[in-house]
Design a protein around this ligand. Structure first.
Ligand code: HPA
Length: 274
């Protein structure tokens, strides 16, 4: 008989604990072009996704991600170098499997970053935006299907998906470091197409400030398990320009890379305070 999701998580966790017995306290998921925080980790162990039982298997050749275990500012962290996206063909349940495993490894907070397209007309490329809420109705919910009560409730409350306490901490940190921050709503979509002009407009009218192809499923799985989340977007392109409005993956990566040091500085300080 097929293993339940809890049995799969247990086997992954048992394997990881055998290879790295210490308990991480913070889990980190870094977005496209935003991976440099991983370089700040005093690495103690790296474990390739393909070696971990039940982890989704990457279909792209030479594109294997890994979990990095180690310390930042003396705090034990586990970071995903490479995340799973729904547009790659994984199910929504596969996308969130590593989040569930990190929770069962014992993390007490999850930090997430992503690259996102801006719709709020005040936003500029390179801005950082604290995600204070999200719209996940334009992608697939990872909790569809039978609910496992050992993970969480059938109908989870989503009134505070991003922990206010963590947002307050980050605002103080950013003020101290002199890093301007935006705050707003992230709309999660499946991708892989960037949005049409009409779609950017729709999402903005619907109340979103930015749009991206990740994060909301991970956050739903975390909230389901009662795991506190902080997430931040780097604005890598602007979706609402009326004039020339082509968007390329290259420009997204370049803008993410340029803004990345601000993000790494904030995450390092936040980890220090957790
Ligand atoms: N749309 C969707 N996802 C994105 C974008 C965008 O404009 N930019 C970066 N990720």
């Amino acid at each position: 008989m097929a293993l339940t999701i809890i049995e799969q998580i247990s086997e992954s966790v048992a394997f990881l604990k055998k290879n790295y017995p210490d308990q991480p306290t913070v889990g980190i998921v870094l977005g496209s072009g935003l991976g440099n925080l991983a370089k700040e980790i005093e690495v103690e162990k790296e474990i390739s996704y393909r070696d971990i039982p039940h982890f989704p298997v990457s279909t792209v050749e030479g594109h294997h991600g890994k979990l990095i275990f180690g310390k930042i500012n003396g705090k034990r962290v586990v970071a995903m170098a490479g995340r799973f996206h729904y547009y790659e063909g994984y199910t929504a349940q596969q996308v969130v499997f590593p989040i569930r495993v990190m929770k069962f490894l014992g993390i007490s907070a999850l930090l997430i970053s992503n690259a996102a397209g801006g719709m709020n007309p005040a936003f500029k490329i390179g801005d950082l935006m604290i995600i204070k809420d999200h719209i996940s109705l334009f992608t697939v919910n990872p909790l569809l299907g039978k609910n496992d009560e050992e993970l969480g409730l059938r109908f989870p409350d989503m009134s505070e998906p991003y922990k206010k306490g963590l947002i307050q901490k980050v605002k103080k940190i950013a003020a101290r470091l002199n890093i301007p921050l935006r705050e707003g709503v992230y709309a999660g979509v499946t991708g892989p197409t960037f949005e049409t002009r009409a779609e950017y407009k729709l999402l903005h009218i619907a109340g979103a400030d930015v749009v991206g192809m990740s994060t909301v499923q991970e956050v739903i799985a975390a909230v389901h398990m009662g795991l506190p989340v902080f997430a931040i977007s780097v604005i890598t392109d602007l979706g609402i320009r009326d004039e020339e409005n082509t968007i390329t993956h290259e420009e997204v990566l370049q803008a993410a890379n340029e803004a990345e040091p601000k993000l790494t500085a904030i995450f390092k300080e936040l980890i220090n305070e957790l």
